[in-house]
Design a protein. Sequence first.
Length: 134
Amino acid sequence: SEQGQTSAEIRERLQGLRGQDLTDAQVEAEVRALLASGPPALPILLEQFREEDETLLAVATQALKAWEEPRPVEPLLNLLRDPDVSDLSKALILNILERYGLDVEDAELLGLSINLEDYDLDPDGNGSRRTSDG
């Protein structure tokens, strides 16, 4: 059927990506597949922020940035408040929420105390610390 993938298929597909070094094009293709799967993909994408796999985090982040309504704002906020979720995951989640139009500068609102200056979220992953050309 054209219904996209079942939850089991989505999870299996993501597991297959674990630890892979994907190109931007490959990430895009995975994101398109996830978006095509619709609502069943959502809880699985959210789960990835509890994992520490950078590939899966990248795919989940891109997919959630492109997610249409209803957007998973509440579950993402819950992950942000969860002490077991890593700072990297939280930085990515803030990035997603910012895309959704939330005021993430207002960290008080989110009840957070993570220092995002440590994460220069350069899409290529080779962001440098802010330095001034002297």
